[in-house]
Design a binder for this molecule. Sequence first.
Ligand SMILES: [Zn+2]
Length: 160
Amino acid sequence: MLGHFDQRSNYPSNIVHFLRNSPHNTDFNMHTKAIRKSVLSLLLQIGKDSFPNEFLAQLLHANGIIDDIVIIPGTITTPVSAYVRDDVRPLMLNLAGTAHSHPNGVIRPSSTDIRSFAKFGGQCHLILGPPFTFDSWRAFYADGSVRALDIIEDDAGHII
Ligand SMILES: [Zn+2]
């Protein structure tokens, strides 16, 4: 039998069906509560290193705490956009959301961003801007509204 692909995500349809009904589907069943400080620090550093271009990463969580990131191969970035092909986005059960930078310093999602949040999935989308300090980022729900996100100090010796 030929494979069928979900129109929205381009993942195999049978897997999308399974995930939508899975208790592990964090998109529907769990809200991310916090981010590890070392991960936020890493994102701020990537934002700084990518400047004046944007960067884009997926955020992974364990038990509601963002603890890792994935940079997707082939991501194309410019000063005003970050683009990932739909057919190369990794499918992960522990996806919390995304992080990307706005080099112009406007820390709010564009209408393109909100469409992209829905496509990626997850309920925690970070936008970071210059000067890429702990005060120059915000977290948003998939609909673009501002949300709270705690920062958790890493355990001594924790290495990412
Ligand atoms: Zn954006």
